[in-house]
Design a protein around this ligand. Sequence first.
Ligand SMILES: NC(=O)c1ccc[n+]([C@@H]2O[C@H](COP(=O)([O-])OP(=O)(O)OC[C@H]3O[C@@H](n4cnc5c(N)ncnc54)[C@H](O)[C@@H]3O)[C@@H](O)[C@H]2O)c1
Ligand SMILES: [Zn+2]
Length: 369
Amino acid sequence: VSDRERIAVALGGRSYDILVGDGLIGEAGAHLRALAATRLVVVTDANVASLHLARLEQSLAVAALRHDTIVLPPGERTKDFAPYQHLVEAILGLGIDRGTLILALGGGVIGDLAGFAAATLLRGIGYVQLPTTLLAQVDSSVGGKTAINTSHGKNLVGAFHQPRLVLADTGVLATLPPRELRAGYAEVVKYGLIGDAAFFDWLDGAGEALLAGDPQAQRRAIAVSCAAKARIVAADERESGERALLNFGHTFGHALEAETGFSDALLHGEAVAIGMSLAFAYAAAKGLCPARDAARVRAHLERLDLPASAGRFANIATPASLVQHMMKDKKTRDGRLTFILPRRIGEAVIAPDVAAGEIRDFLAAALRG
Ligand SMILES: NC(=O)c1ccc[n+]([C@@H]2O[C@H](COP(=O)([O-])OP(=O)(O)OC[C@H]3O[C@@H](n4cnc5c(N)ncnc54)[C@H](O)[C@@H]3O)[C@@H](O)[C@H]2O)c1
Ligand SMILES: [Zn+2]
């Protein structure tokens, strides 16, 4: 049995592979040689550099791949305009050409920023994702969405630009703070809830082992998640339809994140966990999905120490303020709220025309616990 999973993202001339397994960073040189880059520029953050950069550089050296490394400060602020400008100027200062390959070693912040730099440098050069958070391994490194933040909101300046390869090394998850691991796990659960009831059943049993660091459970969960995302992205690369299913739990979640100022008070994955639980509760209240499924989802999240209710936000958010955030979302059109609603565990649909008043009434009850 191989201890590597390979998932193909089928996008014609822009197709690429995702490899999942323990130790892939140490083998990166061998995988990268096949891409025949003229030179490599590693972009990473200081946390990841201190823990995992040496192994990558060693592997590039063994493969005789010439590279430079740029280390940025960790944190969401690194996706602002100023660090973006600093990064592209620094890369241009190296004297790159169109055969240069950017290697994004880090979480979603580094992946989004380095991916956007690759999309825009010389009107587009190649890049490879080496995701180091669970969230990045199951979500942000796959699918080609790259972006930076603006004063008007997150991810509002960006481009679709697919990577040439994704190497998801499960070994690096051992150094990830447990809270970050759990937050990424919420996105794993999402794939089960929107399209794969058997996967959710498996997670209901294997979730604890995964979070405790079991490499087999992690490899399987990441591979199944990437395969689900790859299938959806291949069918709808630019989100004109089905790709919107990936926003399950995110409309409620983003509103809560906005109310907490996108701070450490609420990590993205934690917001998604609450959002998924609320989407199930709302659908159950409307008779669109079985109440026992809603209860099961909430129980699963709470058992794995993820938040699953909005009660603790009653002091800082009102139903009206949350709905206002939803209306500002770049995915709303003509003031209509689009929600992804579950029909049962394993099936979700796009509901493009949900009345704001109904959501407000539901949230009034949800904020009470
Ligand atoms: N492009 C997409 O499709 C997409 C999808 C989802 C999220 N995102 C973006 O991803 C970003 C969030 O990504 P994230 O949650 O990975 O956050 P992150 O990149 O900020 O990483 C979280 C923290 O963990 C540290 N870290 C990373 N890997 C580590 C490791 N192996 N060991 C120890 N520490 C490690 C980082 O330095 C950082 O402090 C957001 O900006 C979001 O907009 C993009
Ligand atoms: Zn998300």
